[in-house]
Design a protein around this ligand. Sequence first.
Ligand code: SF4
Ligand code: SF4
Length: 134
Amino acid sequence: MPRKRFDLTFPPRQATKPVTYHLVKDFDLVPNILRAQIQPGQEGRMLLELTGRKEDFEAGVAFLEKEGIIVQPAATDIRLDEDACVLCGLCTAVCRPGALTLDADAGLHFDKDKCVYCEACVVACPRRAVTLSF
Ligand code: SF4
Ligand code: SF4
């Protein structure tokens, strides 16, 4: 079954609405919340992975947009600029899922399966050597 990741931005009035429940019940989609920053009365962000059929994705996304939620495709990879990287390890220190690791011999290693695209490494890198790719 196909999977897609979406970056959702909730307007303050919609921040606590149970939209993932509706995605399951009304659109047959299986949601997996990879990251969320939601506070009542404030703009919220969510990185959501959905599993389902193509036509259900389209209907589910249309439902979210009708609810006033901004839906954008989420990053699907990160890009490392090896020329810019000085192997300082700062990005590995902030990578909670352990997707970035530094090895004395092999250098910087990225495990795509562990990445939740939180952007912490992008912010932490003093050399701007990490960028998200869509
Ligand atoms: S985006 Fe987040 S999870 Fe992915 S490699 Fe960077 S810090 Fe780790
Ligand atoms: S923080 Fe930047 S320069 Fe340092 S190891 Fe990570 S990618 Fe390389």
